[in-house]
Design a protein around this ligand. Structure first.
Ligand SMILES: Cc1cc2nc3c(=O)[nH]c(=O)nc-3n(C[C@H](O)[C@H](O)[C@H](O)COP(=O)(O)OP(=O)(O)OC[C@H]3O[C@@H](n4cnc5c(N)ncnc54)[C@H](O)[C@@H]3O)c2cc1C
Length: 403
């Protein structure tokens, strides 16, 4: 065998799995169609969030924060993180109730979350002006990574340091199956034999699974963000602010402010229905979506509507019907694994999700709780239902109903 593990896709998911496998001594080859981090991962907002909707995701999120903050200690490569903390803000009674529920739940699951007094929000978030009776939670554990490419670079350097091969500009075009189990992959240049193949192809995950006749229950959906030009009102040391009733997130970025959010009518974009050469660069962007979202916080965050847009970018989320990751062995084809269903949290959960999957692959024993992420959990589902439920999860990212 050429490798113990082949990973398809050098995004945050693929590189993290590869790194954790390599750290434990496995021979790993990562194969990337374009360049590492060039699709969703290099365009992420870089936000890490300790408050999650269930205990497993809370554990993965908090473990990921610890692994990112201590990256040099276990991976041997430096990684800068902004230990900013974050505020969760609710401006309606309904959303206040939602945050109070999240406070109790998240504390029960070990997260450090506190009720913030209004003066704390005003004092710490330079760009946020209180316009009414907000309710806010303070999440001191939360961090962000200023440029998402820096996590990708760190993963790459650490992978190579631990002996993993990362091949770029080399599309996988086939998955080899021998005697009913995975035997390796075929690329445009060569075949690589391995008993374990991990499909971490992001928005292309279903296309890649199709190569082996397998099915992954996710649907890709567009997500966008903007970064304003530098603005005096934004202190770079300010925390992240998430205004849950507006479904908008904000953080300092490049001297200005980053803003992104979750529209009620998101755009599904399935690469399987696009030209074969489709990449994220071909995905249509729509600044109007972000203008409408940020207008909802125009009174509290005037800088975001008053300052010129310096960057507007977007990419694909892989949404699952229940909002949870889709990670583990695929049914019916031993040796084929998947890491997908990011639901907008794949960048920040990649360190711990990669760790858990690498341990599972190495030992054959399911890490605690991980069966909840099984690709088999939905049975079969027609594409229309998959898309409809994925869109619902996206639109309700911060919504009390989804809690
Ligand atoms: C605008 C935006 C903001 C986001 N903000 C956040 C955030 O703040 N926090 C957070 O946690 N998450 C965020 N996300 C989500 C996050 O980016 C992803 O969940 C995460 O990066 C994991 O992506 P991935 O590895 O699954 O996919 P990708 O990064 O897309 O990687 C998949 C890779 O597979 C490759 N590939 C595809 N087909 C093949 C093939 N046949 N052969 C070889 N390689 C192939 C692709 O070229 C690609 O590089 C954001 C996403 C977007 C778009």
């Amino acid at each position: 065998m050429d490798a113990d593990v082949v990973v398809i896709g050098a995004g945050a998911f693929g590189l993290s799995i590869a790194l954790h496998c390599a750290v434990t001594g496995r021979r790993v080859t990562v194969i990337e169609r374009h360049t590492a981090g060039s699709q969703a991962s290099g365009r992420a907002a870089g936000l890490f969030k300790s408050v999650q909707a269930d205990e497993l995701r809370t554990q993965l999120a908090r473990r990921s924060i610890a692994l990112a903050a201590g990256f040099a200690d276990w991976a041997g490569v430096p990684l800068e993180v902004a230990r900013s903390g974050s505020f969760l803000v609710a401006r309606t009674a309904q959303h206040r109730e939602f945050l109070l529920r999240e406070l109790t739940q998240s504390r029960g699951w070990g997260a450090d979350v506190r009720e913030a007094d209004p003066a704390q929000l005003a004092g710490q978030a330079s760009y946020y002006r209180s316009a009414g009776p907000e309710f806010a939670l303070w999440c001191p554990e939360d961090i962000y990574i200023e440029e998402p490419a820096s996590l990708i670079r760190a993963y790459l350097a650490a992978c190579r340091r631990h002996g993993a091969e990362v091949a770029e500009n080399e599309p996988v075009i086939g998955i080899q199956v021998t005697a009913g189990r995975v035997a390796g992959v075929q690329t445009t240049r060569r075949s690589v034999t391995a008993p374990v193949v991990v499909d971490a192809a992001g928005g292309w995950v279903r296309q890649v699974a199709d190569l082996a006749g397998a099915w992954v229950p996710v649907s890709p959906v567009r997500h966008q963000l903007l970064i304003t030009a530098p603005a005096a009102d934004v202190d770079p040391a300010s925390p992240i602010v998430r205004v849950v009733d507006a479904a908008v997130y904000l953080r300092p970025a490049r001297g200005g402010l980053m803003a992104g959010g979750f529209e009620a009518d998101p755009l599904p974009v399935d690469p399987r229905q696009q030209d074969a050469a489709f990449t994220t660069d071909d995905m249509p962007l729509d600044l109007g979506v972000l203008r409408r979202l940020t207008a909802q916080v125009g009174a509290e965050v005037p800088v975001v509507t008053a300052t010129a847009v310096a960057e507007h970018r977007g990419g694909l989320f892989t949404m699952s019907p229940d909002g949870r990751f889709v990670a583990g062995p695929l049914p019916d084809l031993p040796g084929l694994w998947v890491a997908s269903g990011c639901n907008g949290s794949g960048f920040s959960s990649s360190p711990a999700l990669g760790e858990a999957l690498a341990a599972w692959i190495a030992t054959g024993t399911t890490p605690p709780g991980m069966t909840a992420l099984s690709p088999e959990r939905f049975g079969s589902m027609p594409d229309e239902a998959l898309i409809a439920r994925g869109l619902w999860q996206y639109a309700h990212y911060y919504d009390p109903v989804a809690g």
